[in-house]
Design a protein around this ligand. Structure first.
Ligand code: SAH
Length: 347
């Protein structure tokens, strides 16, 4: 089966020609796919052609297996199903400036961060560009024409820079005018800090916001929770960030999960501030979402406030990440894990 979802209009036109079809069919199919339509709904294609396409190609490679709607806010957590039986998570959040979808870039993850549920069983495989787009198409379909996804964050399971080529292809597809038409200024890509790929990204000339998971003020602490820190020291990560800022003119966001007893003392805030001083950046504080299988402690409200105020007093731009969908396991690979576990129990 050929997955048509990740193809550009030109690639689809070429594919149609190879199939002995006129090239304009490619344009039609592209339009429909990005409207979240499956072959049956492509009403300006002849019925016989639709039937033929169904046998050889895939238009919508992702389906919604499960969804949980928060009772606290408008957040919806999706478990997305892929054609090979794998599943990934996505989270749809309603902000005043529109809907944001958090998408996954890999099934699982091989980065091994000790606080994260997505990486517990390693990386199964990377998603294709079409599958990443498919997550958005599912969410748009869920919104049923009443609204659509305006912003995308690559912060679900997986390390986007460990699936570099597919992610770049996906980003370029997003801004196709006849497609979902999402400007790359509305896209954030989060990385644990794969330094060479951060330099590559800076050369792509794509105005995406780069988020970097720092989670520590120095290498010693960072290595305790993030194996990647043993490969790329923090100084190199920060240098790659400065390069990104210089090349793109965009500020970098640093994510910092507060882990009880590990990285949330005043001295940690001071050390962090000293390293970020003078950088065009913003710090996003995330109180750790405690993952059952991981033996790390969360933090109190007071600790979050104190750390925030300390950074502010040192003139670092900082906010606390809004926690949404707390009641639906909105966080970090937990829904997929719970679902897999309950499936195992049933077997
Ligand atoms: N691999 C990418 C993106 C995926 S995770 C990255 O590392 O940035 C998105 C964010 O959620 C990252 O900052 C990640 O470190 C954070 N995260 C993962 N598990 C978490 C948890 N249990 N509590 C708080 N933040 C978590």
């Amino acid at each position: 089966m050929t997955e048509l979802t990740g193809m550009t209009p030109q690639e689809l036109a070429d594919w149609c020609k190879e199939q002995g079809l006129p090239a304009f069919r490619g344009k039609q199919i592209f339009h429909w796919i990005h409207q979240s339509a499956d072959f049956d709904e492509m009403t300006n294609l002849p019925l016989a052609l639709r039937e033929k396409l169904k046998e050889t190609a895939v238009a919508q490679p992702v389906t919604i297996l499960e969804k949980r709607q928060s009772a606290l806010d408008d957040t919806v957590k999706f478990l997305f199903g892929l054609k090979d039986g794998n599943c990934v998570e996505g989270v749809l959040m309603h902000y005043h400036h529109g809907y944001t979808l958090c998408i996954s870039t890999q099934v699982g993850c091989r980065m091994g961060c000790t606080f994260c549920a997505s990486t517990l069983e390693g990386c199964v495989r990377s998603l294709t560009a079409g599958e990443m787009l498919g997550e958005i198409l599912c969410a748009n379909r869920f919104l049923a024409g009443k609204d659509r996804v305006h912003n995308v964050v690559l912060m679900g399971s997986g390390e986007p820079l460990d699936n570099y080529d597919n992610v770049m292809k996906f980003l370029r597809l997003l801004r196709e005018e006849d497609g979902v038409n999402i400007g790359l200024r509305n896209v954030s890509l989060s990385t644990c800090g794969i330094v060479p790929r951060m330099y590559d990204l800076a050369e792509e000339n794509l105005p995406v916001t780069l988020s970097v998971s720092l989670h520590a003020p120095n290498d010693e602490i960072r290595r305790q929770t993030m194996p990647i820190a043993k490969v790329y020291p923090m100084a190199d990560v920060l240098e790659a960030c400065r390069n990104y800022i210089q090349k793109t003119g965009r500020r970098v966001i640093f994510e910092y999960a507060l882990v009880g007893g590990v990285n949330c003392e005043d001295r940690h805030a001071e050390e962090l501030a000293s390293k970020l001083r003078g950088m065009q950046c913003h710090v996003n504080l995330i109180p750790l979402n405690v993952v059952e299988e991981r033996h790390l402690k969360g933090v109190t409200e007071q600790t979050v406030r104190r750390f925030t105020e300390k950074l502010e007093s040192l003139h670092i731009s900082v906010t606390r990440r809004r926690e949404m969908g707390d009641d639906i396991e909105g966080a970090c690979g937990q829904l997929r894990r719970k679902t897999l576990q309950s499936m195992e129990k049933k077997q």
